[in-house]
Design a protein around this ligand. Structure first.
Ligand SMILES: Cc1ncc(COP(=O)(O)O)c(C=O)c1O
Length: 470
């Protein structure tokens, strides 16, 4: 493609993007296609000769768009948000255009130095104490893996990187029964084995990890000759948004010499609100902390902020120095490739820079605070609706509920049918949960454009569908 053609097509594309952002609420939220339907529209092999952008775009609109689930839809209430925003998209256009590979300071000094500065802005914004150093990872899963690998190396006195895990006692990770599967996956990838992930029970009221049970498990493992290495605490777990007591867990980790990590992938963004900072009490006892601006901070995927107390331990765990990656600056600069698993890295700090400057911290606070207010409103609606009940305490903007009409049998089946009918309807999109063995419908509010009318419309539709499916 010639540059002048690119200029024309790019202008048209930006118009398409702005129209999409304005009209995204006209689409069904979840793609209403069946498996294989989109694949059937794609030729089995690549074209030998060039095709015009107009032809490609026409196919995109006709064949591909119907298979897209619209995560930027203001009535998207499933999973956690992966919210985007206009300034974030603008920055992504620059990032893709520049196409820098930012593995070393030398391969893009601006990306490296901005990453250091912007992650420190984030640190200040969410109230993490000084002494935490930031790096942008591709996902919270990668950050958790890095934490587990560091813990493994510290626990085995840096031997496992050299000789593997063969001549050591089992290295054990502790986390609660509410924790995201990323921790178990991290333990598997780190070679620790799933059976060495100790699942600590949580309390039945708030679903927070029981500190006494944690300490008991550590002591049992020590007695059995195992190597307790790491505790992963939750600040906003995926199912019910459980908030662990960081003060209590951090003390236990310190007492037994365990590496400690906080998974705040979703809830971390809400810490920009002073009224939720109390959740961080005890954070100074932790070694590592992660949250995803790509979930709830108007910054499109992927963008994970990972903070560590001791970058040297992380770098010692991950660094490899083949000749072709050596650079003249040596130790005088940061080479972020040593802070994460992949070597290659995109210029992700740029979109945070655009987002934070475009909204200002106050603007970002207003959006998140509004989401939480909307969730409080929905919680009240559910609480006073006779045929519905809340299934867990609301956490920030996350609610779990179920339909409990009088005399109904098989409530799990009924709620599963309700959820499917709501999602097939297309007006909104929610996900399921199981709490204490009981089926629940999960509703989170966090899309950038979501307002009262969207939550209200979704709730009214849930109510009306519930009456029809009985
Ligand atoms: C609490 C929590 N931790 C970790 C993850 C994994 O996040 P990522 O997709 O960035 O790896 C998720 C994903 O939703 C999550 O909810």
């Amino acid at each position: 493609m010639e540059i002048e053609e690119f200029r024309i097509k790019a202008h048209a594309m930006v118009d398409w993007m702005a129209d999409y952002m304005s009209n995204v609420d006209q689409y069904p939220v979840r793609a209403q296609t069946t498996p294989g339907q989109i694949a059937a529209k794609l030729p089995e092999g690549p074209p030998a000769s060039r095709e015009s952008v107009d032809a490609i775009m026409a196919d995109f609109e006709r064949d591909i768009l119907p298979g897209v689930t619209h995560w930027q839809h203001p009535r998207f209430f499933a999973y956690f948000p992966a919210n985007s925003s206009p300034p974030s998209v603008l920055a992504e256009m620059l990032t893709a255009t520049i196409g820098a590979q930012c593995m070393l300071w030398q391969t893009s000094p601006a990306a490296t130095e901005m990453e250091t500065r912007i992650t420190d802005w984030l640190r200040q914004m969410i109230g993490l104490p000084r002494g935490f150093h930031g790096v942008i990872q591709d996902s919270a899963s990668s950050a958790i893996l890095c934490a587990i690998l560091t813990a493994r190396e510290l626990a085995t006195d840096w031997r496992s990187n050299e000789v593997g895990l063969t001549n050591t006692a089992p290295v054990v990770i502790y986390t609660s029964d509410q924790t995201h599967s990323a921790t178990e996956k991290g333990a598997k990838v780190a070679g620790l084995g799933r059976s060495n992930v100790r699942i600590i029970s949580s309390d039945s009221e708030n679903f927070a990890m029981k500190p006494d049970a944690l300490e008991e498990a550590i002591l049992d493992d020590k007695t059995a000759g195992k190597l307790p290495a790491c505790v992963v605490a939750n600040l906003g777990s995926t199912g019910v948004g459980a908030m662990d007591d960081l003060e209590a867990i951090g003390k236990i980790a310190q007492r037994h010499g365990l590496f400690s990590h906080v998974d705040a992938a979703w809830a971390g963004s809400a810490l920009i609100l002073e009224e939720h900072r109390h959740l961080l009490k005890g954070i100074e006892r932790f070694d590592s902390f992660v949250f995803n601006p790509h979930k709830w901070l108007m910054t499109n995927f992927d963008c994970t902020a990972h903070f560590v107390r001791d970058p040297e331990a992380l770098v010692k765990t991950l660094s490899i120095n083949p000749t072709y990656l050596l650079s003249r600056e040596g130790e005088g600069v940061i080479d972020y490739r040593d802070w994460s698993v992949p070597l290659g890295r995109r210029f992700r700090a740029l979109k945070l820079w655009f987002v934070i400057r475009s909204y200002g911290v106050d603007g970002l606070k207003a959006i998140i605070r509004n989401h939480i207010e909307l969730a409080k409103w929905l919680e009240e609606q559910i609480a006073c609706e006779r045929d519905f009940e809340l299934m867990a305490p609301r956490q920030l903007s996350l609610i779990n509920f179920r339909y409990v009409p009088k005399d109904a049998e098989d409530l799990d089946g009924l709620n599963s049918r309700l959820l499917n009918a709501v999602n097939d309807d297309g007006l909104t999109y929610l996900t399921q949960n199981v709490i204490g063995g009981v089926y629940a419908i999960r509703f989170q509010i966090g899309q950038t454009m979501t307002q009262q009318e969207h939550v209200d419309a979704a709730w009214q539709r849930i109510r009306s569908i519930s009456k029809k499916i009985r």
